[in-house]
Design a protein around this ligand. Structure first.
Ligand SMILES: [Zn+2]
Length: 285
């Protein structure tokens, strides 16, 4: 987690992104971002960087209306991307969307290990059992509900978490008696968006064109092509399923199609979509 919490720069090379998206996730006071006409310290939408006083006053004063609980993973992302990618990407989208709604939305501490048994034959992957993961997400939501939070968007950045969360979100909502919704940030993308921006025609995929483009736009220092030689690495990979090995090699090749501009476009779509989702939730009452 310290990797994430110590992020200094998420966007180091911003061209066309709106200023509001030049957020600095996890870096207290490192930059400001505008919401409307007012410049807002990006720290203020992060629950874990806020003080008890700030959170209490915002919630009890009625300003704070919705919390995002990000879910990600810590798992292999082929030879070139950092393992925190899914958590870092969903955090970025969550924080930028929350900034658009400031002070109405805040981001809770992400669940940064996900359900990744399918990658356990790749070194470095961490995985929670489904029931463990769901218990952590539920308990996080329950903590927020206990404090009086009435709306929670569980926002996901890792494919392996999708089906279990989809299955459980209704039960969470009922048990907690508050408005709990679930989406992955890539629910934002229409088939036309994917066709327009991804030469491979694939998003989200895994460590391929989309995720590599996202990282180029958001945190290029988490991409490490140096010394990467896929052919040379192959005998050391020991991937059990031949179909999975073939797909990974295809994704590896498609990662070379990535660009900063594609990442910026896709991030912008996701941030605006999540912000709209939060507005809908607030309107639902
Ligand atoms: Zn990923």
């Amino acid at each position: 987690m310290s990797l994430l919490l110590n992020r200094r720069v998420l966007f180091s090379s911003i061209g066309s992104l709106p200023v509001a998206q030049r957020a600095v996730a996890g870096a207290p006071g490192a930059s400001v971002s505008p919401a409307g006409n007012a410049y807002i310290d990006s720290r203020k939408v992060l629950l874990w960087e806020s003080t008890r006083k700030e959170f209490r006053e915002s919630l009890e004063g009625g300003a704070l209306k919705v919390l995002i609980v990000p879910t990600g993973s810590t798992e292999q992302h082929n030879e070139h991307l950092a393992m925190i990618h899914d958590t870092a990407s969903v955090m970025l989208v969550a924080q930028c969307a929350a900034l658009q709604l400031y002070p109405q939305a805040m981001v809770a501490t992400p669940v940064s290990v996900g359900i990744s048994p399918h990658w356990m034959d790749r070194k470095g992957t961490l995985s929670l059992r489904e029931e463990t993961f769901l218990a952590v997400v539920y308990d996080t939501c329950e903590s927020l509900a206990t404090h009086g939070v009435k709306r929670i968007l569980i926002l996901n950045g890792h494919g392996g978490n999708v089906a279990p969360l989809q299955k459980k979100v209704g039960e969470f909502r009922e048990k907690l008696g508050i408005n709990v919704r679930f989406n992955s940030y890539w629910d934002a993308y229409s088939p036309d968006d994917v066709k327009k921006y991804m030469e491979s025609g694939v998003a989200p995929g895994h460590a391929a064109e989309f995720e590599t483009s996202f990282a180029m736009a958001a945190f290029p220092e988490r991409i490490h092509w140096e010394g990467v030689d896929y052919e040379k690495a192959k005998p050391h990979l020991h991937i059990k399923d031949p179909a999975s090995a073939r797909q990974e090699e295809q994704f590896y090749k498609e990662a070379k199609l990535a660009s900063t501009a594609k990442g910026e476009a896709m991030i912008g779509i996701a941030v605006n979509w999540v912000a709209e989702r939060l507005r809908q939730m607030i309107a639902e009452g």
